[in-house]
Design a protein around this ligand. Structure first.
Ligand code: GDP
Ligand code: CA
Length: 316
C-alpha cells in the first residue's frame, strides 16, 4: 500500500499522477479535515471533496475545487434572502453536502460516508479522513481575533496577519479506522505537496499519527509545495512564517525535519527550479531529488510520482 498524506488541491493533483503509475487498490489517502466547516447546517469537507472531484474528472478546471459543470441557483436565492453567503456551494455540489450532512445526522461516521461517496464517484483508491472526530484549524490573527480557517481564508481573503495556528479538538481526536494501519503497513508513505501548516499540520496533530509515522518501517517521502521559492497557489506563504518556517523548498524540509532526527521525512523531492536548495539540505539525513513538480499536466504529475517511488525505493 502507498499511503499519501493529503490536503486538497495539491494532493488531488499529486494523486491523479500517482494513479497513472499504480493501480488504485494500492493507494490510500489520509486526508486533512481541519478546513471542514458547518455552514447553513451543512457539513463541508473541502479537501476530501477536492480530491474526490479531481479524481472523478468533475473538478472545475480553473479554480480546481467545486464542480466544472455547475450552477448557482441556491446561492443566488440565498443572496436574495439577504444571507450574503461568503462560501460558495454550487447546486450540484450542494447535493453532496445534503447527502453527507444527512448521513452524519443519522449517525454515520465521516469515514463511512467518505468511502461511500468515493465509491459512488467510481474511485478505486481508499480515501480516509484522518479522523472522524471534529478537528478545526483556528487562526489567531495579529490583531487579536480567533477565526475559523475558512473565515480567515475565504471570508477575509487572508487579509489579517497570522500570529498562531491551532487545531481545536485535535487532542481529543483519534485516528479514523484504517489510518494507523495504512501508515504501519505501507510500502511507502508519500507526503503530498500540500500546505504544510494547514493541510499536513492537522493530519500530524491527531494523536497516534506522528507515532505511527515514526514507527513505520516504510520510507516517508515528501514533495515540496514550494516551486522557485514561491507557493504555486494558496496561502502557505502567509502561514509558514507564523510557524517559524522559511518559504523555500529547503525551508519546508527543515520544518518537517528528517525522521532520523525525530522529524517526518526520509526523502524530499523538490522542483528543478529550486535545485540550489539541495546544498542547503546537505547536512540533513535525507534522500533528495529534483524534478519537474508543477502538475498542471497530469503526465508531469505521473513522472513526479515515479520519482517519489524511486526515492522511496519502491517499484511502481
Ligand atoms: P488546499 O487544501 O486546496 O489548499 O490544497 P493543498 O494543501 O493540498 O495544497 C496547497 C499547496 O499545494 C500549496 O502550497 C501549493 O503551493 C501546492 N501545490 C499546488 N499545486 C502544486 C503543484 O502542481 N506542484 C507543487 N509542487 N505544489 C503544488
Ligand atoms: Ca484545504
Amino acid at each position: 500500500m502507498l499511503t499519501v498524506l493529503a490536503g486538497g488541491v495539491g494532493a488531488a493533483r499529486f494523486l491523479r499522477g500517482l494513479l497513472r503509475v499504480v493501480p488504485p487498490e494500492r493507494v490510500t489517502a489520509v486526508v486533512n479535515v481541519g478546513d471542514d466547516v458547518t455552514l447553513h447546517g451543512l457539513r463541508i469537507c473541502p479537501d476530501l471533496d477536492s480530491i474526490t472531484y479531481t479524481l472523478a474528472g468533475l473538478v472545475h478546471p480553473v479554480q480546481q475545487w467545486g464542480r466544472a459543470d455547475e450552477r448557482f441557483t441556491v446561492r443566488d436565492e440565498l443572496t436574495r434572502l439577504g444571507d450574503a453567503p461568503w462560501f460558495t456551494l454550487g447546486d450540484r455540489d450542494l447535493a453532496l453536502h445534503l447527502h453527507r450532512t444527512g448521513r452524519l445526522a443519522a449517525g454515520a461516521t465521516l469515514s463511512a460516508v467518505t468511502a461511500d461517496v468515493a465509491r459512488a464517484h467510481g474511485l478505486g483508491l481508499t480515501l480516509l479522513p484522518v479522523t472522524d472526530d471534529p478537528v478545526t484549524t483556528r487562526i489567531r490573527t495579529v490583531d487579536g481575533r480567533d477565526l475559523h480557517f475558512q473565515e480567515w481564508w475565504v471570508r477575509e481573503r487572508a487579509g489579517a496577519d497570522v500570529a498562531a495556528v491551532t487545531f481545536a479538538g485535535a487532542d481529543a481526536a483519534t485516528p479514523a479506522p484504517g489510518v494507523v494501519e495504512a501508515l504501519a503497513t505501507a510500502e511507502a508513505v508519500l507526503v503530498a505537496p500540500s500546505n504544510p501548516v494547514v493541510s499536513i499540520g492537522p493530519v500530524l496533530a491527531v494523536p497516534g499519527v506522528t507515532a505511527a509515522l515514526a514507527a513505520t518501517p516504510a520510507p516517508v517521502v515528501g514533495v515540496s509545495p514550494v516551486i522557485g521559492g514561491r507557493v504555486v497557489r494558496g496561502m502557505a506563504d502567509r502561514l509558514l512564517p507564523a510557524v517559524g518556517a522559511v518559504t523555500s523548498a529547503a525551508g519546508v524540509a527543515r520544518w518537517y525535519g528528517a525522521r532520523r532526527d525525530g522529524g517526518l521525512l526520509d526523502g524530499w523531492v523538490i522542483d528543478t527550479a529550486d535545485a540550489a536548495d539541495l546544498a542547503e539540505l546537505a547536512d540533513l539525513p535525507l534522500r533528495t531529488a529534483a524534478t519537474d513538480t508543477l502538475m498542471d499536466d497530469p503526465d508531469v504529475a505521473a513522472a513526479l510520482a515515479r520519482t517519489c517511488l524511486a526515492v522511496a525505493g519502491v517499484t511502481p
